[in-house]
Design a binder for this molecule. Structure first.
Ligand code: NAI
Ligand code: MG
Length: 641
């Protein structure tokens, strides 16, 4: 039985958390890590009971339930190891009270991951689980308490998001919000938080992980059997209720007929029914509202004349009766003509099929990008050149080559997207904990946690960017009082191999954001921002209405001018990050203007005068996972290049 929190409960929780924050921040990183590791061991030991709950409350299959508990355990150990090995309380300062709002689709893994990160970094946590999966959340919290986390450092506030959410976010004492769920709610949270400032007069951190319009691209060189195997898992496992799940299968027209036939045959073998029965592959969707929404989408597409196939294997009488009673949607394949037919994410076992012509691959990639989402992408090909072409153009957080595109592993495939798909940093990646701090040593990021070797697969930094930087350096040398930041090799475009299983290559890349809006009241502020952004390799957008910006622009060498957009109205420009220096009023005004914009959540970084720019806020991280055994031999033999 579940009782939802009342407003009085929530207010009390915030007060208790705020009162305890300073004490928890004093606990040593080693002790905090030890508690998280104990919780990890306890969770692993309790696997069977937790699985039962995951199957009953969240409709998970047993296989998914095992993966879910493992992922929660991985998060606990990963963040514990990071703080134990690199943090100290004198220089790594937490935010304070952090609210964690999690979804029902990973009620143990995402829920625990958010909490573990916030606690590890030294924050106290108020956790608001999805209303559909409160019992699992309660078990998770009990395990953490039993492992030594004080009750004041971690509180559970169950309830409906629309109701409890504002109590736990629209409050001066909340210093950070971590959210996974729909894009709409993420934007709502951004607007709530834009009304005020948080730790040290900076914007309140919002880490939002939202959905995707995830595509898999299959060319004619791909091995059809592997494609079908990986499509089935990517689209229909967990009844398609993963943010990473495959939504649009893009097949080169030459092989589309064969692959579609094989895929339909494989779909017809999927068993749908209660996940408590081991032989069932596809369980229910989370609730009646979700089912009805998915069915409405299917009906709309059918009414438009799109071919709709619903294929699964009917079970026995008992299974059929259970399916009748429950909230099931059969595995569905819909043939579409253009990607723009899809207006939003359909969060269920619905796969769209799009045919493309080989020579149109670039246009297809552009269409995927035009959706505005950037979470996962799959690619099946045996041609190295195509892997390079797609990986250099794809603007997605996680790219999977010749394998399925779900089930990211903590520390191996750091997970999270860009654009409409989320703010970053990547969960289970080396930069995540820094977002949960109000202060860190300047040199903290020079040796990123868990990143071992660098490799040369890096797409080269645009040659223009390096030249611009050199010219900027030369120009700065002649200007009194202007110093460039030392370059940090980890930033800019860089590529690293992460440890992972044999047979798989996992690459972690850091790319600069594309364009950064830079607002500062005077020449020295603008120059400091310009230097940081150019050192990273991004473009700069300046507010042309600002006299200091217009005047400085005229003085700069032309190549540096070329990296700057002097915008008569910055509001109309495209940029994917913003840097601010100046007084509180101007920061609040900028923050609200950004929150009112359509589209993705734009990170706003406020840097005091003469302080270094935190470069980790101006990058996007990408993970690429390649199954190196899939091609059935040495794929390069198939191409002349
Ligand atoms: P949701 O975004 O409403 O719920 C996620 C969490 O946010 C839950 O804990 C919910 O209680 C909370 N929440 C809801 N409204 C809130 C508010 N106003 N303030 C604060 N917290 C609030 O997602 P929902 O309704 O469960 O599913 C709707 C759609 O969202 C799905 O169809 C899917 O497209 C997407 N979604 C994406 C997920 C992902 O993993 N990226 C997970 C769940 C949903
Ligand atoms: Mg909702």
């Amino acid at each position: 039985r579940v009782r939802f929190a009342t407003e009085a409960d929530a207010r009390q929780a915030v007060a208790d958390a705020a009162g305890y924050a300073a004490r928890w921040a004093e606990v040593s990183p080693a002790d905090r890590a030890a508690m998280l590791l104990r919780a990890a061991d306890a969770m692993e030991a309790d696997m069977q009971r937790l699985m039962g709950l995951l199957v009953r409350e969240a409709g998970k299959t047993y296989g998914n339930a095992v993966a879910e508990v493992r992922e929660a355990v991985d998060f606990l150990r990963y963040y514990a190891a990071q703080v134990a090995s690199t943090f100290d309380n004198a220089t790594y300062r937490p935010l304070g009270v952090v609210t964690c709002i999690s979804p029902w689709n990973f009620p143990m893994a995402i829920f625990t991951g958010q909490i573990a990160a916030a606690l590890a970094a030294g924050n106290v946590v108020i956790a608001k689980p999805a209303e559909q999966t409160t019992l699992i959340a309660a078990e998770g919290v009990k395990l953490l308490w039993d492992a030594g986390i004080p009750r004041e450092a971690l509180q559970l506030m169950p309830g409906r998001g629309r109701e409890v959410g504002p109590w736990l976010t629209d409050d001066e004492r909340i210093q950070g919000v971590m959210f996974t769920g729909s894009t709409e709610v993420a934007r709502e949270l951004q607007r709530i938080l834009a009304k005020r400032l948080g730790p040290a007069g900076c914007p309140v951190p919002l880490v939002a992980e939202t959905g995707g319009q995830n595509a898999m691209i299959v060319d004619s060189s791909a091995l059809a059997e592997q494609v079908v195997r990986d499509v089935l898992i990517s689209a229909f496992d967990s009844a398609g209720q993963r943010c990473s799940a495959l939504r649009v299968l893009c097949v080169q027209e030459d092989v589309a007929g064969q692959i579609t036939t094989m895929l339909k045959g494989a779909m017809a073998e999927l068993r749908m029914g209660p996940p408590s029965c081991l032989s069932n592959d596809v369980g229910p969707v989370i609730d009646a509202r979700a089912r009805d929404g998915i069915n409405r989408h299917i009906e709309t597409m059918a009414a438009k004349g799109r071919k709709v196939h619903q294929l699964w294997r009917e079970g026995d009488a008992a299974t059929r009766a259970a399916v009748q009673r429950g909230t099931y949607v059969p595995p569905t394949l819909i043939e579409i003509e253009t990607l723009s037919e899809l207006k939003r994410e359909v969060f269920g076992p619905v796969l769209h099929l799009l045919r493309y012509r080989r020579e149109d691959l670039d246009q297809l990639l552009a269409q995927v990008k035009a959706t505005g989402y950037g979470l996962t992408m799959g690619l099946h090909t045996r041609i190295d050149e195509t892997i390079r072409q797609v990986s250099s153009q794809a603007q997605v957080g996680n790219l999977y080559v010749n394998r399925n595109m779900v089930g990211a592993v903590v520390g191996v495939q750091p997970f999270g997207g860009e654009g409409l798909s989320g703010t970053g940093p990547k969960a289970g990646g080396p930069l995540y904990l820094y977002r949960l701090l109000s202060g860190r040593p300047d040199a903290a990021l020079e040796k990123p946690f868990g990143v071992h070797a660098s490799e040369s697969l890096a797409p080269p930094t645009a040659p223009g960017a390096t030249r611009t930087l050199a010219e900027m350096e030369a120009w700065c040398a002649g200007q009194p009082g202007v110093a460039l930041l030392p370059r940090i090799p980890f930033f800019g475009v860089s590529s690293h191999t992460l440890a992972g299983p044999t047979g798989e290559r996992n690459v972690y890349q850091v790319h600069p954001r594309q364009a950064v809006l830079c607002i500062a009241p005077d020449t020295s502020g603008l120059l400091a921002q310009l230097a940081a952004v150019l050192a990273l390799g991004a473009r700069v957008v300046w507010d042309g209405a600002l006299p200091a910006a217009a005047e400085l622009y005229r003085r700069l060498p032309s190549s540096v001018q070329g990296a700057i957009t002097l915008a008569p109205q910055w509001q109309r420009e495209e940029f994917d990050a913003a840097l601010h220096q100046g007084d509180t009023a101007s920061l609040l005004a900028l923050q609200q203007a950004l929150a009112a914009r359509e589209g993705a959540i734009i990170p706003l970084v406020s840097v005091p005068k003469n302080a270094p720019v935190p470069l980790e806020r101006l990058v996007v991280e990408r993970s690429i996972s390649i199954d190196t055994t899939a091609a059935g031999g040495n794929a390069s033999l198939m191409t002349l290049s």
